[in-house]
Design a protein. Structure first.
Length: 319
């Protein structure tokens, strides 16, 4: 979903101007940013990362090129400073191509983390802060710092002036909401551009990751886009089916595990009874087989102390 938003140059430009520190955003030229390929990402991470790299021009001519590396996080990841530094090294290495002239004139890179997690971001924003070095030694080191925008505390309407950008940022933040209302979800859906791929991306994201019912989803669609409610619901109908199948499989697995524990407890109880009293008849076996865990556990303790099989189901005598 984040990729879909950033693949549009105009929306990427809006996002950069709104999320960069104001003093840096003011230096961007009106020219739209150029999306560069992401070959700096490890192959094993390529399908799981949402990073985007843009080349932008500045207005004052002090730098012909500024690379903006966008990364989105849903949890405060302590590995972020090292991860971003690794990306920057790959970007510079690819840019320089081993040429001495380029190695002495590397383009500046500004890493920006868009964070929509629940807890405040307390990860160091500089690799320098991660180094085990005293103050004197740090004076000899250069500071590589990135800028963090915590999206959660920003009111929905203030996250962006552009409806599509606002909707995606809102969808990211709302994924952690425990009591998401129909109105809150409808506000996000209402801001989505009709008929664009981005619209479906957000709908799929909501169905896959939100802890909401299909009824709440349809109510939000009805409030946001009543004339397209049925069509939009049908575009993600398969997602709801797959979600139901996954939940059913999980429920079945849990039931199977509980059934396995029950059978183990029954076998243990029968083994104790047989060791103390000899054979256990079919009637008693059948009676034990239908009991639940809470009933079986005290019976196992009682089986070690009763005098006869008839006492198994009798309540312990009070003293």
């Amino acid at each position: 979903m984040f990729r879909a938003l950033l693949d549009d140059p105009q929306r990427a430009a809006i996002l950069l101007r709104e999320q960069l520190p104001p003093e840096l955003a003011a230096r961007l030229s009106p020219e739209a940013p150029r999306l560069l390929d992401g070959s700096f990402i490890d192959e094993r991470l390529r399908d799981t990362q949402s990073d985007r790299l843009y080349a932008v021009t500045l207005t004052d001519g002090t730098a012909a090129l500024l690379y903006v590396l966008l990364e989105h996080k849903s949890a405060a990841d302590p590995g972020t400073p090292l991860q971003l530094l690794g990306y920057m090294v790959r970007i510079w290495t690819r840019y320089a191509e081993g040429r001495a002239a380029r190695l002495r004139q590397l383009p500046p890179i500004l890493p920006v983390v868009l964070y929509h997690g629940v807890q405040p971001w307390r990860v160091p924003t500089s690799i320098l802060e991660c180094l085990a070095a005293d103050a004197e030694l740090r004076e000899w080191l250069r500071d590589l710092r990135y800028h963090v925008r915590e999206l959660g505390p920003i009111p929905y309407a203030e996250r962006s002036a552009d409806p599509a950008v606002r909707a995606v940022l809102g969808a990211l933040c709302a994924v952690f909401a425990r009591d998401l209302s129909v109105a809150d979800l409808a506000r996000i859906l209402r801001d989505l551009p009709d008929g664009e791929a981005l619209e479906r991306q957000v709908l799929v994201y909501v169905v896959r990751h939100y802890k909401i019912t299909e009824t709440l989803f349809r109510e939000a669609l009805s409030q946001a886009k009543p004339e397209r409610e049925e069509a939009l619901h049908m575009t993600v109908a398969q997602e709801w089916i797959q979600r139901g199948v996954a939940q059913g499989m999980q429920q079945g697995l849990q039931q199977g595990m509980e059934r396995g524990r029950l059978e183990t407890l029954v076998e243990t109880l029968i083994a104790i009874l047989e060791a103390r009293f000899g054979g256990v008849d079919a009637a008693l076996r059948g009676r034990l087989a239908v009991l639940d865990l809470d009933t079986l556990r005290p019976l196992i303790r009682r089986a070690a102390t009763i005098d006869t099989l008839d006492d198994l189901f009798e309540p312990p005598a009070s003293h």
